[in-house]
Design a protein around this ligand. Structure first.
Ligand code: NAP
Length: 250
């Protein structure tokens, strides 16, 4: 199993930190060359690449805003020249904010939608034709359980992740049979994104979960690895909930 992705090239958006970092390491350990995308934090991206190398993998880092079409197209050209054509795309770049609806603004809504929805749509659009022409590819979109349940204090985020789940289904229908498109919907995962959440809220979530713990990025990267690999060769259009059992609570 360990080198099942040998000779594959994977682009992981938001690969520098959190869930994207764990996915980059897991795919790198399985033998894929990893293009680690990031937006601001060059040092974090370098650190991810070092961790990929520590587990025997390789790749390179690429700065680009996933919501900027020409930047993404330029990045993909650079990746293909340096590492080869992209076989696997993982869209993990994302942002989140929480506020009462009385504090919500159109600007805030647009910022979240731009990064989370345009920032998933644009990379998929940029890799899909190459994958189809080469006869295969796998795309894994990181959604959220917030896209499956109403989150009254995270309205734009919740809407954006529902859109990512819809986008996963639509592209799966459109890009088959050559390309599989699936998603992972994480529950609360301990990363920079969630580090400022109140500990009382985290404790409550832990108690609600069947498995009585919060998630770590490696919980998600194993699901990504499965969906990206040929072990999921008959799976497309699905969004796989990985949340310790919380989402099933009515
Ligand atoms: P994180 O630790 O905050 O990392 C976010 C990553 O996204 C960083 O690598 C960041 O790069 C990158 N990024 C943000 N905006 C970008 C842009 N416009 N262009 C390119 N890269 C960009 O977040 P995380 O917790 O790993 O979350 C990863 C994904 O999982 C997100 O889509 C999030 O919504 C989803 N998710 C997270 C949780 C959770 O509990 N943590 C739960 C469900 C779903 P820079 O640092 O360089 O800006």
């Amino acid at each position: 199993m360990s080198m099942e992705l040998a000779n594959k090239v994977a682009l992981v958006t938001g690969g520098s930190r959190g869930i994207g970092r764990a996915a980059s390491i897991a795919l790198g350990q399985a033998g894929a060359k990893i293009a680690v995308n990031y937006m601001h934090d060059d040092a974090a991206a370098q650190a991810t690449l070092s961790k990929i190398e520590e587990v025997g993998g390789g790749g390179a880092i690429y700065q680009a805003d996933v919501a900027d079409e020409s930047a993404v197209q330029g990045m993909i050209k650079d990746i293909e020249q340096a590492l080869g054509p992209i076989d696997i795309l993982v869209t993990s770049a994302g942002i989140m904010s929480a506020q009462h609806h009385s504090k919500l603004t159109l600007e805030n809504y647009r910022e979240i939608m731009t990064t989370n929805v345009d920032g998933t749509f644009i990379p998929i659009m940029a890799v899909k034709d190459g994958m189809i022409a080469r006869g295969g590819g796998s795309i894994v979109c990181i959604a959220s359980v917030a896209g499956l349940r109403a989150r009254p204090t995270m309205i734009p985020y919740s809407i954006s992740k529902a859109a990512v789940i819809g986008l996963t289904r639509c592209f799966a229908a459109a890009l088959g049979p050559q390309v599989r498109v699936n998603g992972v919907a994480p529950g609360l995962i301990e990363t920079d994104m969630t580090k400022d959440m109140q500990s009382s809220a985290k404790e409550a979530m832990k108690e609600e979960a069947f498995l009585k713990r919060l998630g770590v990025p490696e919980d998600i990267s194993q699901a990504v690895l499965f969906l990206a690999s040929d072990r999921a060769s008959f799976v497309s259009g699905q969004t796989f909930v990985v949340d310790g059992g919380r989402v099933t609570i009515p």
